[in-house]
Ligand binder design. Structure first.
Ligand code: ZN
Length: 160
């Protein structure tokens, strides 16, 4: 399932998924936008958690209707949805802010931190949005098939 970008248009990434962050790796992707910019639901689903305070600031996590994907947005200014609420893909569920731990502190640091989990595994949100996860699997399949075909034709193959 390809997720909808929470910002439209989608700006340039300010901090990609997986880059070192102190002792850990960045578990999401950051996109900068002025505070107050509308944030859209990335899929249909149900609000699973809502946080305030802490490093994430105001944050919302939504379980997509396929049940497998949990996406969340952090550092929000406004949050328009509550736990248990149903959201529709594209619906405005809050706005960009700089709550929680953002660098630089204050309006200049305003961005949305997007985190995506599928079947309990962290995904690169950029890829989840662009559908590259599916493409990766297709390429892997084609490559595996190609290698197998080469192997079958190779002179080194032992007779079965
Ligand atoms: Zn981040």
């Amino acid at each position: 399932m390809t997720l909808l970008a929470p910002l439209s248009p989608l700006p340039r990434v300010s901090s990609p998924f997986g880059v070192p962050r102190g002792a850990t790796l960045h578990n999401g992707t950051d996109w900068p936008a002025p505070a107050g910019t509308p944030l859209h639901a990335m899929s249909d689903g149900v609000v699973e958690f809502r946080l305030a305070g802490g490093n994430s600031g105001n944050a919302v996590g939504v379980r997509s209707s396929d049940g497998r994907t949990l996406w969340s947005l952090a550092h929000m200014q406004d949050v328009f949805v509550g736990v248990g609420q149903r959201v529709r893909r594209g619906e405005v569920i809050g706005t960009v802010g700089f709550t929680g731990h953002v660098i630089p502190a204050g309006p200049a640091g305003a961005h949305v931190h997007v985190r995506v989990e599928r079947d309990g595994q962290l995904l690169d949100p950029e890829k989840a949005i662009r559908g590259i996860v599916v493409l990766d699997l297709v390429l892997l399949g084609v490559t595996t098939w190609g290698l197998y075909e080469l192997y079958k034709r190779s002179p080194w193959r032992r007779p079965l």
